[in-house]
Design a protein around this ligand. Structure first.
Ligand code: SAM
Length: 255
């Protein structure tokens, strides 16, 4: 239940410096948001790949996980704090040296590089079906992820699905034109549901994986396919995965 959660009145009221102390002076808000991040595998994989690069526009890449479950969000918070501490210690011990070995021992999700020391990833416990615009300014996100969302199989439960016509208007509001919605699931019915609703919404258009890869978004897609804890479970069980991506367009499509 989320009745005890406090929400900021607006993005201006979010204390971004607490979340991203290394960037406190920049005043920038996140560019990537992982909705229902679970144990945080996606953004922990992506954070070192985009430590402070200019991505899809003018903003450097703050990443942000939203997760509703208390223990799970606490786990991600602790995981990020531990990664930051390990990086800081490694940097202090061997300035300029690679932090890879120290990190790989602590967290198997970390393999090739720890550039940026995980200063650009953070988590908030929040119900993403409410108040998303309280966190993200209009047109601020370049990527929004819905990876293996809860399927809510029963028809009377479909309104609890994280992709729905009402919520799509909020997602379009926080995404900048050109921004991408990434969805992936192992549940065929949910895949069809997400794809259909996104395709019907006038501010989104489908985009092929190959086109996104041609635009340089391959590392993001690889992480979407392979780096989340739920995705790894599906992999172990040899389940199918269905991906669907949509671009937030500037001018609504004609009906
Ligand atoms: N994306 C992760 C992955 O691929 O490993 C987790 C997938 S898990 C099946 C779905 C997650 O979404 C759960 O951790 C659940 O607590 C979270 N969740 C469900 N509804 C949510 C909501 N309204 N706001 C935020 N998180 C939510």
């Amino acid at each position: 239940s989320d009745h005890a959660l406090d929400y900021p009145a607006s993005p201006d009221a979010v204390d971004w410096a607490t979340h991203y102390p290394a960037f406190a002076a920049s005043g920038q808000t996140p560019a990537f948001a992982d909705v229902g991040c679970g144990f945080g595998g996606l953004l922990i994989a992506l954070a070192p790949l985009y430590p402070d690069t200019l991505m899809l526009g003018a903003s450097s890449c703050r990443t942000w996980c939203l997760e509703i479950r208390v223990q799970v969000s606490q786990y991600v918070e602790d995981r990020i704090a531990a990664l930051r501490a390990t990086c800081a210690a490694a940097a202090a011990a061997a300035p300029g040296a690679s932090q890879t070995d120290a990190l790989a021992a602590d967290d198997p999700a970390v393999s090739s590089t720890a550039a940026g020391g995980y200063q650009n990833v953070s988590i908030v416990r929040a119900n993403a079906m409410k108040f998303l615009p309280n966190y993200f300014p209009k047109h601020s996100l370049s990527a929004l992820f819905f990876l293996f969302p809860d399927p809510h199989f029963k028809i009377r439960k479909h309104k609890a699905r994280i992709i729905s016509p009402t919520l799509l208007a909020e997602y379009a509001y926080v995404l900048r034109p050109g921004g991408i919605v990434y969805t992936i699931t192992d549940v065929r019915d949910l895949h069809d549901w997400m794809r259909t609703h996104l395709a019907e919404f006038p501010l989104f258009e489908p985009v092929e994986e190959a086109d996104l890869r041609a635009e340089g978004k391959g590392p993001i897609l690889d992480a979407v396919w392979n780096s989340t804890e739920e995705g790894k479970k599906v992999e172990r069980n040899k389940g199918d995965k269905w991906l669907a991506c949509f671009r937030r367009i500037e001018v609504p499509r004609e009906e």
